[in-house]
Structures are given as structure tokens and as C-alpha cells.
Design a protein around this ligand. Structure first.
Ligand SMILES: Cc1cc2nc3c(=O)[nH]c(=O)nc-3n(C[C@H](O)[C@H](O)[C@H](O)COP(=O)(O)OP(=O)(O)OC[C@H]3O[C@@H](n4cnc5c(N)ncnc54)[C@H](O)[C@@H]3O)c2cc1C
Length: 261
């Protein structure tokens, strides 16, 4: 983990309230692993509001050029400030942090599952898996066509299966209904979904594929990001875990069968 000063090279609002921010920050671009996150200071250097840094995944990297991108959904004060930053501005970033996605060396076919804005947690994994010549399918659920993550931002080799709740683009329905044949094809699954969906997926995955097949993400507002304040702790079958240090990626079983989240 290090403190970086990143220089913004572009900020594109890809749809209302969603910014793709590209930054020149070579050491981070080389160091970050898929599923790890960074804590970004969301105010100017001499200001202190908001006081706490905000967590973001690195959405993609181009290590040869020293570039990283963040995909920022504007929610409140911190993300509004970040979305308003322009080319040439600097960002103060702490990272990479946490325990990300682990793909076993024997995996050839990788299934990625995501819901809505959580997709930024797996885009770097898609990029890295394609670079390692894995076959990658992303099954992603959105509420409607306007919210769909642009296919052009994914490596072209990724098979992208879009599901919308209202059927305005791709297949209509829920994510679990679309997994069918992919579960037979995949050697491993990485799921960036709500806990409710994780519980449903776990029942199917364990029945069809047994243990250690899938990992899942747990997201909650983070305060210290160093495992000290315990505000992001939750009780699993194997004991107390903190999301900021032990996660945000866990075995799906731990997430689905956790006592409190
Ligand atoms: C490990 C991790 C990685 C993340 N990566 C990304 C990312 O790549 N892109 C992105 O757009 N967002 C990401 N988020 C969520 C992002 O950090 C929050 O949206 C942000 O902190 C909100 O800050 P704010 O000051 O704009 O809003 P605030 O004023 O602090 O809060 C606005 C609203 O957002 C809610 N909120 C805050 N944090 C979260 C959270 N973690 N999950 C759900 N709701 C939240 C608050 O409860 C409140 O209702 C990530 C969160 C975590 C924990």
C-alpha cells in the first residue's frame, strides 16, 4: 500500500452521473490486482470536507502507459466532487488495498456475474483474464437499457450477456435465471452481486458445482480501510471478518452463509 498523487488525463461522463476518470499513476497501474480497491481523497488538498477518503475499484489499467481508470457513480458529496475534477487536476490516492479475486492457475473458462453499478469491481479481472488467454463470459444485470455498461469498455474477447429487469435491452429477467449452460461451461465464477443474489446463487452453485467454485464481493461504506475500526466487520461461519482488509472478495459460501452482514 502506498500514497500516490495521480494526474487526471481525462474525465468523460459516459452517461448522466457516471464518470470514467483516467489518471496517470504508473506505480498504482503496475501494482493493483483485480478486486483490490483504493481510498481516494475527495476534496482539494487544503480542504477537509468530506474528511474520510472514499473507496473505489480500479476499473482498468494500461501499465505500459502508466494509466488507470476509475468508474465513478455519483452518489453524494465525495463522488460529486470527484466527478467534477478535470484533466490536469490531481488526486490523492491510497492503495492498492484489500484482498481481491483469486483465479486458480487451472481455470480456463471464467464466468463473471454482476449486478448494476457493481460492475467496476470485475472489469479489471476481465481484462487480466483475457490477457492470460482465459475464455471469459460476463453475465450482467441492469434495471434498464439506459443503465447498461457500454460493451465498448470491455475487451472485445469477453462474451457479454446483458440482462435487463424491464427487457429494454438483452434478455429480460434476473441474473440467476440466465446462468444455465454457463454453469456447466465455467471452471470458476466471480460474482459481484448483492448479498440477496449471492444467497440464491450459492444454493444453485453448491448443488451443481460443489465448494470452492465461486467467490463473491461484499460492499459496505468503509471508514478506516485498515482493519482497525471494525465498522465493516461481519460474522462468518469461520469467524469475524472485516471487509476492508479480509475482503472485499470472499468465498461465496462465506458470504451466503454469514451470520451478519
Ligand atoms: C470496496 C469498495 C469499492 C467501491 N468501488 C466503487 C467504484 O469503483 N465506483 C463507484 O462509483 N463506487 C464505488 N464504491 C462505492 C463508493 O465508495 C460510494 O458510492 C462512495 O463512497 C459514496 O461517497 P459520497 O461521499 O459520494 O456519498 P455519501 O454522501 O458518503 O453517501 C451517499 C449515499 O451512498 C451510500 N453509500 C456510501 N458508500 C456505499 C457503499 N459502499 N455501498 C453502497 N452505498 C454506499 C450512503 O449510504 C448514502 O446513502 C465502492 C465501495 C466500496 C466499499
Amino acid at each position: 500500500m502506498r500514497l500516490y498523487t495521480a494526474t487526471i488525463t481525462s474525465n468523460n461522463e459516459i452517461r448522466a452521473g457516471v464518470h470514467l476518470i483516467e489518471m496517470h499513476v504508473p506505480a498504482l497501474a503496475s501494482a493493483v490486482q483485480p478486486g483490490q480497491y483504493c481510498m481516494v481523497r475527495c476534496c482539494h488538498a487544503l480542504a477537509s470536507d468530506p474528511l474520510l477518503r472514499r473507496p473505489f475499484f480500479v476499473h482498468s489499467v494500461r501499465p505500459a502507459l502508466g494509466l488507470c481508470t476509475l468508474l465513478v457513480h455519483v452518489q453524494g458529496r465525495g463522488t460529486s466532487w470527484l466527478g467534477g475534477q478535470r484533466e490536469g487536476g490531481t488526486l490523492d490516492i491510497l492503495g492498492p488495498l484489500g484482498h481481491g479475486w483469486e483465479v486458480r492457475p487451472t481455470v480456463r473458462n471464467l464466468l463473471l456475474v454482476s449486478e448494476s453499478s457493481m460492475i467496476s469491481s470485475i472489469t479489471l479481472l476481465a481484462q487480466s483474464a483475457i490477457e492470460q488467454e482465459l475464455a471469459v463470459t460476463l453475465v450482467a444485470h441492469f434495471s434498464n437499457a439506459a443503465e447498461v455498461y457500454p460493451p465498448a469498455l470491455l475487451p472485445p474477447e469477453v462474451e457479454y450477456h446483458i440482462i435487463t429487469a424491464d427487457g429494454s435491452l438483452g434478455e429480460q429477467g434476473e441474473v440467476q435465471g440466465a446462468l444455465g449452460d454457463y454453469l456447466v461451461w465455467a471452471d470458476a465464477a466471480c460474482c459481484s452481486v448483492s448479498r440477496e443474489t449471492a444467497v440464491v446463487l450459492y444454493a444453485t452453485f453448491e448443488r451443481m458445482r460443489g465448494r470452492n467454485f465461486a467467490q463473491a464481493l461484499v460492499l459496505r461504506p468503509l471508514v478506516c480501510a485498515s482493519g482497525v475500526c471494525l465498522s465493516c466487520s461481519f460474522e462468518t461461519l469461520s469467524g469475524m471478518k472485516v471487509i476492508c482488509r479480509d475482503g472485499p472478495v470472499f468465498d461465496l459460501r462465506e458470504v451466503a452463509r454469514s451470520v451478519t452482514i
